[in-house]
Design a protein around this ligand. Structure first.
Ligand SMILES: Cc1cc2nc3c(=O)[nH]c(=O)nc-3n(C[C@H](O)[C@H](O)[C@H](O)COP(=O)(O)OP(=O)(O)OC[C@H]3O[C@@H](n4cnc5c(N)ncnc54)[C@H](O)[C@@H]3O)c2cc1C
Length: 395
């Protein structure tokens, strides 16, 4: 028998090779849609290939919505669940934490439905990066339809560091954009309000503003910085001055995502929440010393802690700090430095973003990695899903 590996690709929105096929590639692009809503239990069952931008409007028909979302909506449900993709909100978990039942075909070709419980298979499935099988259906917890009031403000870095621990508890969602070397940051807050759609005109104006400032103008300055990296600090400071302040209200699925057309590479770490302030101060100091020429803002979010053998939060309330570099620029020295700093704060990389996981460090990041591997082997004894990237970690 020829040994061939299978890798399922969702929307191919990962920066790490987690979705990279070698011999056989599979897509669930034609296995999408809402199968069932249980209004009493407040759960919804989807085909796992459903894209996030389809989920909100489908749930709205039943008066429900996703508990949380990240900042884009291009990914597939299977993809975001498999990598522990998260949004922001210290009381809220990742997409993986929303799952109440997984339906998957394992490496032996068996279809298994598993209801979430406090058991090893649930902990392995929580963040499984396609290693246990092909997710076909997912049942997720949903909540009644809601809107978000979104507020964007320009703020002073040091003042916000002082009030960070309070701000994240007073608002359902808080997100920072730190502009390398600048003391002005963007603080975005979102809070739940009664369901109400964003008026079409206000939506158009917002979309235009994002397209012009955050995409078109940012694309032009990114090209300039790529040609002359020493421009990065000035561009970063200028960007912080151009932060668009304002308020808007709309259905949650209209407000969470922002179109992103400028290409970049990214690494992101979850660190225990209590280290956030010290970590961001250290990062700021490095930029004040002009250690790196980076103009791309650093994104800071929070999440609740959650179970899962491979969950980057490992049960701790966490701050997620994401570092980006414009595509085509040399991110290597910057990301190496990020890895060393963030790992000192107990950080664990997001599985879908640039990471350095391998067989010699995986047990340090994840004390139960071998337990995960045992369960993986029972569901995939012939390593059908173990591509080279994963062989370097789990073989
Ligand atoms: C512009 C941009 C913005 C992003 N924003 C965020 C954010 O806000 N928050 C965040 O946490 N992350 C974010 N990410 C990362 C992204 O959400 C994750 O990498 C996510 O996994 C991508 O989903 P996908 O559908 O593209 O999956 P892919 O990248 O295609 O696959 C991810 C993993 O899921 C597996 N997989 C896919 N389908 C199946 C299936 N049916 N069964 C089993 N395994 C499967 C793949 O094999 C792979 O291991 C962002 C990425 C980009 C490019």
């Amino acid at each position: 028998m020829t040994k061939r590996t299978i890798r399922v690709t969702g929307a191919a929105h990962s920066f790490s090779p987690v979705a990279l096929p070698e011999q056989s590639a599979m897509s669930l692009h034609f296995l999408r849609g809402l199968m069932e809503v249980d209004e009493n239990k407040q759960t919804a069952t989807f085909y796992a290939g459903t894209y996030l931008h389809e989920v909100g409007p489908l749930l709205e028909q039943y008066g429900f919505a996703l508990i949380n979302m990240g900042d884009i909506h291009e990914q597939s449900l299977a993809g975001v669940i498999s990598t522990g993709t998260h949004g922001t909100g210290v009381t809220l978990g990742s997409f993986s934490s929303m799952v109440t039942k997984w339906g998957f075909v394992n490496g032996e070709g068996e279809y298994i439905e598993h209801v979430r419980g406090n058991d090893d298979l649930s902990n392995a499935l929580a963040v499984s990066v396609g290693l246990l099988g092909i997710l076909v259906t997912v049942t997720i917890k949903v909540i009644p339809l809601y809107s978000l009031e979104y507020l964007s403000e320009r703020k002073d870095l040091y003042e916000e560091i002082k009030s960070f621990s309070q701000t994240i508890r007073e608002n359902r969602h808080v997100e920072w954009y730190y502009f390398p070397g600048s003391e002005t940051i963007q603080v975005k807050k979102m809070n739940m309000v009664e369901p109400k759609r964003q008026p079409a005109l206000s939506k158009k104006i917002d979309e235009l503003q994002v397209q012009l400032l955050e995409n078109n103008l940012f694309s032009v300055v990114s090209k300039l910085v790529k040609l002359k990296p020493t421009l990065a600090p000035s561009v970063s400071k200028l960007s912080s001055k151009l932060i668009s302040e304002g308020k808007r209200v709309g259905l949650s699925y209209e407000i969470f995502p922002t179109p992103r057309t400028v290409k970049f590479v990214e690494t992101e770490y979850a660190i225990p929440l209590e280290h956030f302030e010290a970590c961001i101060e250290e990062v700021h100091d490095a930029f004040l010393r002009r250690q790196f020429d980076v103009h791309f803002p650093i994104e800071c979010r929070t999440t609740a802690g959650e179970q899962g053998f491979l969950s980057p939060t490992q049960g701790n309330e966490s701050a997620f700090i994401a570092f980006h570099m414009y595509k085509g620029m040399n991110e290597e020295p910057y990301f190496q430095w990020v890895h060393s700093v963030l790992e000192r704060y107990g950080g664990r990389p997001h599985w879908g973003k640039v990471n350095r996981y391998n067989a010699s460090n995986i047990d340090k990041f994840y004390p139960q990695a071998q337990k995960f591997n045992e369960i993986r082997k029972t569901h995939d004894p012939h390593n059908v899903f173990l591509t080279s990237y994963f062989k370097r970690i789990f073989e």
